[in-house]
Write a protein that binds this ligand. Structure first.
Ligand SMILES: Nc1ncnc2c1ncn2[C@@H]1O[C@H](COP(=O)(O)OP(=O)(O)OP(=O)(O)O)[C@@H](O)[C@H]1O
Length: 667
């Protein structure tokens, strides 16, 4: 299993970066942090910038004031006179320090205020984009990978704010120290740089080693986390206990952790060595610096006061330069992830569900597929639908039938606007669905998908989420529960509709598959789309519940709703007005159930197959395949236990498809 943190892409980008490139890219990175901060909270962004600029100026003034204090103290005269002379400069130092402390407090406050807002803004933008793209984008592996990596972008954007602040501060402080040093003596500036180079080298070396290791160990870390989550996951819990998988997983966890620890120890050893080398070099550079200062003093090229100020300036300057290198380094790391976020924005715009378009007819008479071909993305994918032409008359029950993988679900997803056909058209009367406004199209559709979402919310929300934009209405909720036959499910819940349906939360409750399915149908009923798509609505229902659900579905069609039904239970299909049979992505038969039964094609074959299963399984029946005397058709035999006779399909003599007591065509 791959773990896409995005490090795989970033590692090289980071490792190829040297100090010069980093410095060159710095203004762009600072600008991007500033843009985010500006978007999130302008006032706070202004405070941070003003405070950091002020702190830099304060540092320069402070150094000059210190220089003045030292100069006063080291002049000729009595100590009292010298001290008195130094008082104004000392007062300046104190005032500047006070101002700097206030500015620092202001910057800390504003940065703290900005950080969560920046993360929220970036996360919202990420989620908004992710929710607004086509389903095909979510299923596209490259886009999904970008979604995975970009999710780190928001946290990185947050971190970049504080880092950018420190970079700005260190740059200004460094400029102040460098300026003062240059004024004091031109030779001091190169000395400052020399003193800082070893630790800058060490910081970069250690960081690169860390990333190389991260890249090499990323799958390992992912697998370790996966194992620990498996041990606590609800769905794995029964098997862990019954099959005794716990110790096995724990053993793996330990051995994986131990090898990760060994890698950490290796990195720590190398970091210690690099740090020691850097410290030695810094020591040498410091010795050279102080020797130079001593030489300048001996030669009389520099006064003692200036040398004292120089020492202070070199110390603050080198600490600023060190901070700068480390922070710029970190800024770049985080910028890689923010870059992903920005790439996601661009890609998401390409994949966005289009807005605008023509109106669909208010009451279309039919939806027509005309030579529709659709393939899922992928190199070797054969078309899931090939040149399918069929009609879906509105206000009727239309069943889609076919073996697994024949394209039924794909067809309804195309109808619902989740995918667009690569060839052919889907007509709503004379309007091409491709030109229609998407939201107008989806507004008409209610869908109980095979894998409909079991939202970890209350039962009430699980139903009302069918129309999340509308005010929640109790009357509509009750009606939907009744329509779906979910009354018993709801009344069996400890807190009725207000029961939380998420076992892993306190007070949470879990439903059985069949109970969930009824809530799913209630959700679709709550939505009240003119076209109801039900994909295997009864897969998890018992025989009695199944009958009930089909009764409800028939009633919906009676009220003018179009019902598109996908089911493998052909006994239920006999109530449909029209059946389309798909095979390997092609439409092979269409007609009323009885026409199809009489035609002796794929439908009749599947039907007979199912009917014979009932007959074979029923007590007192003959062995499979054996003729039972007097049996005209399997479906006409006494039903298997729990299946009412009227629901048994009969080969050759189709049951009377009728809705609401009215015979339908073909009956
Ligand atoms: N999201 C997807 N990405 C790629 N291929 C898919 C996807 N969904 C379905 N397919 C492929 O498309 C073909 C048709 O699948 P579809 O789900 O439409 O069949 P179905 O008739 O609804 O099957 P079932 O009765 O098992 O639900 C299958 O070959 C399947 O592997």
């Amino acid at each position: 299993m791959r773990y896409d943190t995005g490090w795989a892409q970033h590692e090289e980008a980071f490792l190829q970066m040297n100090l010069r490139v980093m410095v060159k890219r710095l203004p762009a990175l600072l600008a991007s942090s500033f843009r985010l901060a500006w978007q999130a909270d302008r006032a706070a962004a202004r405070i941070v910038i003003a405070a950091e600029l002020g702190r830099g100026v304060a540092q320069a003034v402070n150094l000059l004031a210190v220089n003045s204090v030292l100069a006063r103290l080291m002049t000729q005269g009595s100590m009292e006179a010298r001290l008195r002379g130094a008082v104004p400069a000392l007062v300046t130092v104190a005032c500047v320090m006070l101002v700097a402390a206030l500015l620092r407090a202001a910057s800390t406050y504003a940065t703290g205020r900005l950080e969560p807002k920046v993360e929220r803004v970036a996360t919202e933008q990420y989620l908004e984009r992710a929710a607004a793209v086509e389903l095909a984008a979510i299923e596209d592996d490259a886009f999904h990978k970008l979604l995975d990596t970009a999710q780190y972008g928001a946290a990185s954007a947050r971190r970049m704010i504080a880092i950018a602040t420190r970079v700005v501060n260190a740059t200004i402080s460094l400029a102040a120290a460098a300026g003062v040093l240059t004024v004091l003596h031109p030779v001091l500036l190169p000395l400052l740089v020399t003193m800082t180079l070893p630790s800058a080298w060490a910081a970069l070396t250690i960081a690169r080693r860390r990333y190389r290791s991260f890249h090499a160990w990323v799958q390992h870390a992912r697998a370790g986390r996966l194992i620990s989550s498996l041990l606590t996951e609800t769905r794995a819990a029964p098997e862990i206990r019954v099959h005794g998988v716990g110790p096995f997983l724990l053993r793996h966890f330990r051995s994986m952790s131990e090898s990760a620890e060994a890698e950490q120890a290796r990195l720590a050893r190398l970091a210690a060595r690099t740090g020691l080398i850097a410290a030695s070099l810094t020591g040498l550079a410091a010795t050279a610096t102080y020797a130079t200062l001593g030489g300048l003093l001996l030669l009389g090229a520099m006064s003692l006061a200036v040398a004292g100020t120089a020492v202070i300036a070199i110390r603050t300057g080198s600490s600023n330069l060190n901070t700068l290198v480390l922070e710029v380094n970190e800024l770049h790391e985080n910028a890689l992830f923010v870059g992903d976020l920005e790439r996601l924005y661009v890609k998401a715009a390409d994949w966005a569900v289009p807005s605008g378009g023509s109106e669909l007819p208010a009451e279309p008479r039919e939806i027509r597929f005309e030579k529709v071909t659709f393939s899922y993305p992928g190199r070797d994918a054969r078309p899931a639908l090939s040149e399918v032409s069929l009609s879906i008359p509105t206000g009727k029950i239309v069943a889609l039938v076919g073996e697994n993988g024949s394209g039924k679900t794909t067809l309804v997803k195309l109808l619902a606007g989740l995918y667009s056909p690569q060839q052919g058209r889907i007509w709503w009367d004379d309007v091409d669905a491709a030109d229609a406004e998407r939201t107008r199209l989806t507004e008409r559709i209610a869908m109980v998908a095979q894998d409909f979402k079991r939202w970890p919310f209350t039962a009430r929300v699980n139903i009302a989420i069918g129309r999340p934009g509308a005010e929640m209405s109790d009357g509509r909720l009750d009606a939907s529960v009744a329509e779906a036959g979910a009354g018993d499910v709801v009344s069996g819940l400890p807190r009725g509709l207000d029961t939380l349906l998420a076992r892993s939360f306190s007070g949470g409750h879990e439903l059985s598959g069949g109970q969930w399915q009824r809530l799913g149908i209630a959700r679709a009923a709550y939505r009240k789309g003119r076209i109801l798509i039900v994909d295997e609505p009864t897969a998890a229902l018992d025989a009695r519940a199944e009958l009930e659900v089909f009764e409800k579905i028939r009633a919906l069609a009676g009220s003018g709703q179009t019902v598109i039904l996908i089911t493998h239970r052909l006994a239920s299909v006999r109530h449909a007005d029209l059946v389309h049979v798909l095979d390997a992505g092609r439409l092979v038969e269409s007609g009323t159930p009885e026409e199809l039964l009489n035609s002796g094609g794929v439908y009749a074959e599947l039907y007979a197959l199912q009917a014979s299963q009932f007959a074979e399984g029923a007590p007192g029946r003959g062995a499979p395949g054996r003729e039972v005397p007097g049996r005209e058709a399997p479906g006409r035999e006494a039903p298997a236990k729990g299946v009412p006779a009227k629901e048994m399909p009969a080969k050759g003599v189709p049951a009377q498809p009728s809705r609401n007591g009215h015979p339908t065509k073909g009956s």
